[in-house]
Ligand binder design. Structure first.
Ligand code: EPU
Length: 298
């Protein structure tokens, strides 16, 4: 297949679950969906085929008494795509459990292993989103999980949900169930209303700038990333800028969560891009903050 693409000089797009991609036009080239399946467990190390569903993997590892993915429950998409944007939610990011991945170089067919540092992980970022974009097909990923469970409970939404589920010390499955409930309540369901999750990244702010910002906007939520650096929710900025529910054609800023642009029916890519640009412009005008788009565009 790769040789055929090379001969015909076709561009190749490796599609995972498609849950973080926005097409702006028909793709002129070869689209590959990889169906590498199976899970291999070696102690606390888990190697999974890129074609396995991510959420299935989370629940499967929990059933096998391996912990560390519970906060990443119900993220749509396939396991092989998880490293591309370094998926993260509710206090956990993939790179915290990532060991290595195996990929095929699309131009040579060569198999290459990437360690965590090779992947250059960042916030919703890896080398596969820039330098190596469209150059590798990820076929397997390896994670190091833990047979001793340590809960990550630094998200109030999850803590509240656990409290409503009952008393006692939560198990990893309780946390997974709580995350599922929070996501179902707070995020539009991509199976029912097309969307790519967060449309923008949460902007970062240095402590000094945040202090100044808070003088004007005292109720802005923030979360410390590392010493001196904080993230503020783009959803809050978008809602405050009056854009929640705003629409162009059938593309709309979700009324459930302001960070998500949904397709109410027949939104064109122009509608989605136009709405994204309008949100960006409004937030910039209101707060002087430039939002950065998170999904991948073709
Ligand atoms: N908020 C609003 N209006 C809204 C929604 C949220 O003002 O309509 C404010 C609230 O103050 C809320 C805060 O934004 O407390 C943060 O909201 P939330 O906890 O839902 O998280 P987020 O920062 O908007 C990030 C990730 C999500 C991830 C959640 C939970 C990014 C770009 N997004 O969203 O990831 O599920 O945290 O950890 O970092 C994704 O990447 O596609 C994604 C959904």
């Amino acid at each position: 297949m790769l040789a055929f693409a090379r001969e015909e000089k076709l561009r190749i797009l490796v599609l995972g679950g498609g849950s973080n991609i926005v097409f702006t036009k028909n793709f002129d080239g070869l689209v590959l969906m990889l169906d590498f399946r199976g899970v291999q467990v070696d102690g606390q190390k888990v190697t999974v085929g890129a074609g396995e569903n991510w959420h299935w993997l989370v629940r499967h590892t929990l059933q096998r008494g391996l912990f560390g993915l519970e906060n990443l429950s119900l993220i749509p998409g396939l396991a092989g795509a998880a490293p591309i944007q370094n998926i993260g939610a509710y206090g956990q990011e993939l790179d915290q459990v990532f060991v290595e991945l195996e990929a095929t170089d699309l131009s040579t067919g060569e198999e290459i292993n990437f360690t965590s540092s090779d992947c250059c992980f960042g916030y919703r970022h890896s080398i596969f989103k820039d330098e190596l974009k469209d150059r590798m097909a990820i076929t397997h990923i390896t994670l190091r999980l833990c047979s001793d469970f340590t809960p990550i409970l630094n998200y109030q939404d999850v803590v509240n949900e656990l409290e409503s589920l009952g008393e006692g010390i939560p198990t990893a499955t309780d946390i997974s169930d709580a995350v599922i409930a929070v996501r179902k309540r707070k995020l539009p369901n991509p199976d029912k209303q097309g969307n790519v999750g967060s449309f923008f990244k949460n902007p970062e702010m240095q402590s000094q700038k945040l202090e100044k910002f808070k003088q004007r906007w005292p109720d802005v939520p923030s979360r410390q990333l590392q010493s001196g650096v904080h993230k503020i929710p783009a959803a809050w900025l978008i809602e405050k800028a009056g854009m929640k529910g705003m629409s162009i054609g059938d593309a709309a800023v979700s009324t459930l969560h302001a960070l998500v642009i949904v397709n109410r029916g027949n939104a064109s890519s122009g509608d989605v891009l136009g709405l994204g640009a309008r949100v960006e412009k409004q937030v910039l005008a209101e707060f002087g903050i430039r939002l950065e788009i998170e999904p991948v565009f073709y």
